[in-house]
Design a protein around this ligand. Sequence first.
Ligand SMILES: CCCCC[C@H](S)C(=O)N[C@@H](Cc1ccccc1)C(=O)N[C@@H](C)C(=O)O
Ligand SMILES: [Zn+2]
Length: 308
Amino acid sequence: NVVHEASGTGTGVLGDSKTLNTYVYNNTYYLFDTTKPMNGVIETFDNYGGQYSSLPGYYVTDSGNTFYSERQKAAVDAHYYAGEVFDYYYDTFGRVSYDNQGADIRSTVHYGSNYNNAAWTGNQMIYGDGDGSTFTYLSGADDIVAHELTHAVTDTTAELVYENQSGALNESFSDVFGFFVDSEDWLMGEDVYTPGTSGDALRSLSNPNAYNQPDHMDEYRNLPNTESGDWGGVHINSGIPNKAAYYTINSIGISKAEDIYYRALTVYLTPSSNFSSARQALIQSAQDLYGSQAANAVSNAWSNVGVN
Ligand SMILES: CCCCC[C@H](S)C(=O)N[C@@H](Cc1ccccc1)C(=O)N[C@@H](C)C(=O)O
Ligand SMILES: [Zn+2]
């Protein structure tokens, strides 16, 4: 409520300064954003690598509403970018939080030990610190935050099963909306990937091959549906739908593409959708919204990656 709303400042993972929506109570400021519609709050926690508690951990607080410490950097970005992704879905599609019902958006930073990953647990986002070589704090990249929060959108809409082709689609939609939120480049995770090396990334939508992903069905990797098989290669075969998205966006533009991807995800896709049914869902969404020229562009994009 308004009497407790406050505006703080923080230093992000990359050393940048950000304004934060905070909450003040008993002279303590919390990373707790109550500014969004439908009473959904955005709240950020630190669980100290699980040393003292499981999830979510402890609210990130500061006595001066100034979140400048090294430890607070990951929380500053997790909090700020969660708000940015909320705003993206609300401003672009009118969607109120990931469930369209104003669900609270909860993040925990400093998860695990040198954890080179981030995830949606089914209830909240978690961000590792990285090992300092492969990754630095993973919440420092807005495309990663958008990737994880899009899993929550997928889980409340298409519910694409996280294995094989439906799982690769699940991963791809998270990457594609990561691009839509951070559409300055086709790279994924570049802001926090290999802090010692510039210009590289974990994945590329424009050139999946550059990071050992297939970009055509001829290169589809039939991996076992096990953890060591990346659940049938969900992070590998996502290169194919990612490349189709690259072609689609290049031919019809970001604005039309994001509407088509959102409609496919929320209206047509189902838990067991495969690449071919995703192609059909996107063609139908394009036809519904923008007619046959856009529908043909989508069809061509998927033909270019060998999916018909
Ligand atoms: C529980 C473990 C599996 C969860 C995988 C999460 S959803 C995921 O896909 N995380 C992203 C993080 C990311 C996103 C964009 C850019 C960089 C990194 C991911 O791709 N993780 C890779 C490292 C993986 O799990 O193989
Ligand atoms: Zn993912």
